[in-house]
Design a protein. Structure first.
Ligand code: ARG
Length: 601
């Protein structure tokens, strides 16, 4: 039943859970409903395997459980599904009815903001910890992945109605600041008085400080003492430190601007400084942390070094300083208690998997968070060079993110110029009106190439592949969407373009006749299910796959069904509505991926 929103898989799950609780003894949850998208569209849209799971505990035959379910579901879902079918030993196939699809597409077309997709019935407070580069160090491709994936997840959770806090947990408080601050005192004394000074290239500065640290014993001692001075609040040291943070921030803000990352709040490790002592005392008091070789450590069951010796989670160094893990423990408590987070996502490379596992477990044992708070590491794989080796420039240096993004924009400029400018020669300056397009194409190619891969696998970075107009790429998706928009314009006669977006024709009643129309409609109404899946499982590539399939189903539809020359006015209006809905789904989907759309390519 449609009351302004399109039936979602969670509605189906809810329906089944309700029936289970009404029909059988015991209390059932979503886990028992066993509802999944159908593996083959031939059999239906959803599949319910609850009968198979519950037969044994209910001491019934699966088919008998299935019949009871079907009987009850029929009433509940009347009008949405065709006759429910029991297959094999007791699987229930659920196929959306044509009349339902017709109404659902129209509902989506009529709702510009949400496309008929409801907000979560159980809105949560979610912290997304992402990007998180380290001050005075180069922001690398790992941080780029974290930024792109984290931004997408935050966008999507927000769209689903959750209250999202985007946190940039920058590394601004480690031991390296001892040497940096001391070096700054010598080289840039003006920084100590709180003046803003141009520190030049930070990487050069870092290398120089590191060199002194490694080669000069007196400096090493100074650096060690420098950390303590800084962490205990010495004004001069703090001024120098602020100067460093400011310079780094300027650098990565340029990247965020180019990537259109918005709403990311910088809350670095230093933010938790005052809480660290207390956390360690708490762990000690509970007998969880104990001394180990002069340092303090938490020993957790099941964690061992390669040689079999217990692997400690270090929370305090022998010199009194605190560790990366200590800050994360303090942050968990702050996020749970002060931010009232229900869910905290940490988007980092998979190399940190063990760190987070241990930190989460220690936090649980120590009661730093309530049981209901879900801490989730969202790991991703490595970016590799085209040869599968370490991602580096030809000379073997690490690739600067700014260079990487600019290179992508440069190639995109040539592509756009080649298509749009007569007599174009590579490297020529692009006419003003195409510059923004080239920038969007270049940036979205990088974003989409990252997001369309299963985040846990490594991927080979290739400008050629990511900027290709063929395949599951940003240029292809942008092109597909632009083409649909121009079809809509042509068929509706509506030319008006508002602020880069379409003025959409009024949605009309949808009538589905041809197979390709039905298949497109079935695809469109699944948009919400994909978002629901990504909201739970956190794999953005599933949204990319869905958008790619959607554009392919549209092509199949457009090949076999004429919009402009449809037999009747009603049919034309209906097909136009299908096209409009497709364009809106692509626009919204790409928007969630942080990809801006263009009207032509
Ligand atoms: N700064 C770290 C790095 O560059 C990432 C921080 C991730 N977030 C966290 N809460 N530990 O690897």
């Amino acid at each position: 039943s449609l009351d302004g929103h399109v039936v979602q898989i969670d509605d189906v799950i809810g329906g089944v859970v309700g029936v289970l609780n009404d029909s059988f003894e015991g209390s059932y949850t979503a886990m028992d409903a066993m509802v999944t998208p159908a593996s083959n569209l031939k059999f239906g849209d959803y599949q319910c395997n609850a009968a198979m799971k519950l037969a044994k505990p209910l001491k019934m035959k699966p088919r008998d459980v299935a019949s009871i379910l079907v009987e009850q579901l029929k009433e509940k879902m009347a009008g949405d599904f065709e006759e429910l079918e029991i297959a094999g030993p007791g699987f229930i196939n659920m196929k959306l009815q044509r009349s339902y699809l017709e109404r659902a597409v129209q509902t989506m077309a009529s709702d510009n903001d949400r496309l008929g997709i409801p907000k979560s019935s159980d809105p949560k407070r979610v912290v997304v910890d992402f990007s998180s580069p380290n001050i005075a160090k180069e922001m690398h491709v790992g941080h780029l992945r974290s930024t792109i994936i984290g931004d997408t997840l935050a966008n999507l959770l927000e769209f689903k109605g959750h209250s999202v806090l985007r946190l940039n947990h920058v590394g601004d408080w480690g031991t390296q600041f001892g040497m940096l601050v001391e070096h700054l005192k010598d080289e840039f004394p003006a920084a100590l008085s709180g003046e803003s000074v141009d520190l030049g290239n930070l990487v050069v500065l870092y290398k120089a400080a590191k060199k002194r640290f490694d080669e000069d014993d007196d400096f090493k001692v100074r650096a060690r003492e420098g950390v303590v001075r800084l962490q205990s609040g010495d004004e001069e040291s703090l001024a120098a430190w602020r100067c460093l943070c400011e310079a780094s921030r300027k650098e990565y803000d340029k990247i965020y601007k180019l990537l259109s990352i918005k709403g990311l709040e910088e809350r670095g490790e230093s933010f938790y400084n005052d809480m660290l002592k207390d956390v360690v005392e708490d762990l000690e008091g509970q007998g969880l942390a104990r001394e180990s070789e002069g340092a303090m450590a938490v020993f957790l069951d099941g964690y061992a070094n390669k040689d079999g010796s217990p692997l400690p989670l270090l929370v305090k160094k022998s010199d009194g300083g605190f560790n990366y893990a200590t800050t994360d423990l303090a942050a968990i408590r702050q996020r749970a208690q002060v931010e009232k987070a229900d869910r905290v996502l940490y988007v980092t490379d998979s190399g940190q998997a063990q760190h987070f596992k241990m930190v989460f477990e220690a936090a649980k044992l120590a009661g730093l968070r309530e049981d209901g708070v879900s801490l989730e590491h969202v790991p991703f794989g490595l970016v590799q060079g085209e040869d599968g080796k370490k991602f580096a420039t030809r000379s073997g240096d690490t690739v600067k993110l700014m260079d990487l993004l600019q290179e992508s924009i440069r190639i995109a400029s040539n592509d756009v110029g080649g298509r749009e400018v007569e007599g174009w020669e590579d490297g020529q300056e692009l006419p003003e009106e195409f510059k923004r397009t080239a920038e969007i194409v270049g940036i979205s190619a990088v974003k989409y190439a990252d997001l369309s891969m299963n985040r846990e696998s490594n991927y080979k970075f290739s400008y050629g592949r990511m900027l290709s107009l063929q395949g599951n790429t940003a240029p292809y998706m942008l092109y597909a969407r632009a083409r649909i928009c121009s079809i809509v314009k042509k068929a509706s006669g509506i030319e008006g373009v508002e602020e880069g977006g379409m003025t959409w024709p009024e949605p009309a009643p949808v009538v589905l006749g041809e197979e390709a129309e039905i298949e497109l409609a079935r695809q469109l109404v699944k948009f919400g299910d994909i978002l629901y899946d990504v909201e739970k499982e956190l794999y953005p590539n599933r949204l990319c796959d869905y958008l790619f399939e959607t554009s392919q189903k549209f092509s199949a539809f457009y090949e076999s069904c004429s919009v402009i020359k449809a037999e009747t006015e009603e049919l034309k209006a209906s097909r136009l509505t299908l096209a409009v809905t497709t364009a809106k789904v692509l626009t919204k989907g790409l928007g969630l991926l942080g990809i801006e759309v263009v009207d032509r390519l």
